[in-house]
Design a protein around this ligand. Sequence first.
Ligand SMILES: Nc1ncnc2c1ncn2[C@@H]1O[C@H](COP(=O)(O)OP(=O)(O)OP(=O)(O)O)[C@@H](O)[C@H]1O
Length: 299
Amino acid sequence: MNTSDKGSGTGEFVKTPFFEDIISRSHQYLQAGFPVHFVGPTGVGKTSLAIFLAKQLKRKVTIIRGHHELSNKDLLGQYFGVRKKEIIDNYIHSVFKKEQEVKPIWVQGQLIEAVKNGHVVIYDEFSRSRPETNNIFLSLLEEKVLPVYGNGKETNIKCHPDFSIIFTSNPDEYVGTFNTQDALLDRLITIHLDSCDKETEIEILKQKTGLNDREAQEVTRLVSNLRSYGKGFCPSLRATLMIAAISKKTNIPIIPGNINYQALCIDVLSRPMKQILPDLSFLEVRELIQKEILRKDEK
Ligand SMILES: Nc1ncnc2c1ncn2[C@@H]1O[C@H](COP(=O)(O)OP(=O)(O)OP(=O)(O)O)[C@@H](O)[C@H]1O
């Protein structure tokens, strides 16, 4: 059975048998208090799945996006600017007294609030943050305390029993990611996500873009045939969704012989195909896509 959830945050989340099994296992691990980590190539649905799961837990959701400039100050908090207070005492005319108080303002980081109040945190693309930033998760996940340093002293914030966390990341070889410390990986249940199956992809296209069954099958057939030239996940589901959404919105008929459809597919798919076949020229890549558009699949 295929169902969709209107509140996934990235549009409707389409739940098919492919996702059901991952959802039910991940849900169990999170309920038992363990962090789950979805790792996989770009565009396979890691963030969508994390948001869907987080919403199922029916608690407040905090999303943190990893990037190389994210620091402990962003996660925990920092002093930012000052608040000035002036008291002027002129009660006796001949005496003028002025007192000034200057206090630094503490701006609380996202993680403290989530840890104290038992939110579900999605730490998306966490391996794009520096390993030293991610070190604070070591004690949070093991000892269930968050050490916060400020004003020269350390305070330990106790983790709310309902606190849960879902990590997502691309594999380490992706540009812009850091190698994650083993100690952190050792604390996570890592589930590898690959491209979803054809039935799921067809269902996602139908539900998200309004294509009919034949149209969704046609776009999925083309992209999945092209994936077989590489490791099976590029071009991603985003490319399939782009072709489907543009065809639908601009009334381009999804018919292999239609030149507008061919041009759209070539525009969307040339870049990812060149990425997996770097030795081909752009002209050869375009010819290959054209050939695959017109190919009749064996039954
Ligand atoms: N089950 C699903 N139902 C509906 N849409 C989905 C589903 N899975 C993925 N998508 C859609 O596919 C696209 C890629 O998904 P998503 O952003 O979750 O991938 P990702 O693996 O997190 O990618 P990246 O590594 O680049 O961040 C998005 O447009 C998303 O809405």
